[in-house]
Design a protein around this ligand. Structure first.
Ligand SMILES: Cc1ncc(COP(=O)(O)O)c(C=O)c1O
Length: 449
């Protein structure tokens, strides 16, 4: 160690490795970038190197790093009141609840605040069970809903394995993953049998026993799976028909990421419960929420809400969220995402022409991923199997290393490369990041040549 106040990147990385755990990993495999500061679309490491953040960290820093409106609001609130216990009322909390009632669709009107997305999921299940008096929850196979016990049991993908058997009462249905769909991938047209599967699961499990169906409107961590038009409307109909609540997990897809406040708006769907986090504070202070419809909210007028968290509705976090929403409005974020999203889609189309390793590109606004394959005809994935960790193997790892050496950070899992930048990114910054991605894809092409 240098002994001076300012540590080098290597010293900070070593200090973190020795005394702290990293997520989802065997600790010896982690090679972390030591970040000292950040601004806009860039991270700055302890050696002063600037790195373009092409995935807004975990698709959450939607306003870019250190947004001045948000930083100022946090400072002002910290000077006045950092915290009161959630049985007390505070102005930022009340105003945030009102804002959320305004910007969320339909009759969603009342919020229970948590510390992040996983706890929002857990509380959404609890609320659905309490409000309906029913137990079972239908979740989909290619999904991620969080790491706490309830949320990870709902999660369909491999990160669930280590926590099995998890909490009882969770059943699983198919997803609208057209590229690898067991119902319709060989067909001209999708006939949405994946939605019918949800209907069948509810019938088999018993509509009188199923409290809710939970869906990510666009499955995020599992490859940004944009559903076919009509799918979410059909899921809504199925839920209504069986008197089952529809929970939309908008933790990743919300707050302008797709060019609307919330992804469900693209299909005019009104869920009964919505979970939110990530873009809610743009990563500045941890906060999540479960926003419920009037009908669900009124159930708790006379029935006890069996839920409480010491740091629920944290005053600093609520102030940060209010300022974040104000900045989204002032900067016309959803509208600019539509414009930048078409730049991204055009660039993706050109890359797909150039690179045989691209199997499919998927995007809606600035919510996007590329899926790499060994063979376009057979769709054989570039690397064999999804790993529960974020440790990439083979070509995918080489590709990520190359991008980082070129000063661009993004998220890579299995055979997906994610591009979900801050929504404030400039067109030039976006194009420069995509140029590095384009060069990195040569590595994948060479591997299958
Ligand atoms: C759709 C979705 N739900 C829930 C979560 C869990 O959120 P958190 O990591 O804040 O607990 C995530 C995290 O990536 C997510 O993508």
């Amino acid at each position: 160690m240098s002994g001076a106040d300012h540590l080098t990147a290597a010293e900070v990385a070593e200090l973190n490795r020795e005394y702290t755990f990293y997520d989802w990993s065997a600790q010896d495999t982690v090679k972390a970038v030591a970040v000292e500061s950040a601004e806009g679309s860039y991270l700055i490491d302890h050696d002063g190197r600037r790195i373009l953040d092409l995935n807004a960290q975990l698709m959450n820093v939607n306003l870019g790093h250190q947004h001045p409106t948000v930083v100022a609001a946090i400072k002002a609130q910290a000077d006045k009141l950092c915290y009161v216990n959630p049985r007390f009322a505070s102005q930022p909390r009340g105003e945030l609840g009102r804002e959320l009632a305004q910007i969320t669709p339909g009759t969603l009107s009342k919020s229970f605040f948590t510390l992040g997305g996983s706890e929002a999921t857990d509380h959404a299940i609890k609320i659905a069970r309490l409000a309906t008096g029913k137990q079972k929850i239908v979740a989909r196979r290619r999904s991620y809903h969080g790491a706490t016990y309830g949320a990870i049991t709902l999660t369909g993908e491999a990160r669930r394995w280590a926590t099995e058997p998890g909490v009882p009462g969770i059943v699983r249905a198919a997803d609208p993953y057209q590229y690898r769909c067991r119902f319709c991938s060989g067909q001209e047209q999708c006939d949405q049998r994946c939605a019918d599967d949800i209907d069948e699961v509810i019938r088999v499990e018993g509509p009188d026993h199923v409290a809710a169906v939970i869906v990510e409107p666009i499955a995020g961590a599992n490859g940004v799976v944009v559903p076919p038009d009509g799918y979410l409307q059909r899921v809504r109909e199925i839920c209504t028909e069986h008197n089952v609540l529809m929970i939309a997990d908008e933790v990743m897809s919300g707050f302008g990421r797709t060019g609307r406040w919330f992804a469900v708006e693209h299909w005019g769907v009104e869920p009964d419960i919505m979970t939110i986090s990530k873009g809610l504070t743009s990563g500045s202070v941890p906060l999540g929420a479960v926003v419920v419809s009037d009908e669900v909210a009124h159930h708790f007028d006379k029935h006890r809400l069996w839920a409480g968290l010491t740091y629920g509705a944290h005053t600093l976090a609520c102030a940060a969220a209010l300022a974040t929403i104000q900045a989204y409005r002032e900067e016309g974020i959803p509208e600019r995402v539509i414009d930048l999203g078409s730049v991204l889609a055009t660039e993706y189309a050109a890359m797909a022409e150039r690179h045989p390793s691209i199997g499919e590109t998927r995007s809606l606004g600035l919510f996007s991923a590329l899926e790499l394959v060994k063979n376009r005809e057979t769709r054989e994935p570039m690397v064999p199997q999804i790993d529960p960790s974020f440790e990439n193997s083979g070509v995918m790892r080489d590709l990520g290393n190359f991008m980082l050496e070129q000063g661009v950070s993004t998220l890579i899992r299995w055979n997906w490369i994610f591009v979900n930048p801050p929504l404030t990114i400039s067109e030039d910054e976006l194009r420069s990041g995509l140029k590095v991605l384009d060069a990195a894809l040569d590595i994948a092409d060479q591997a299958i040549a």
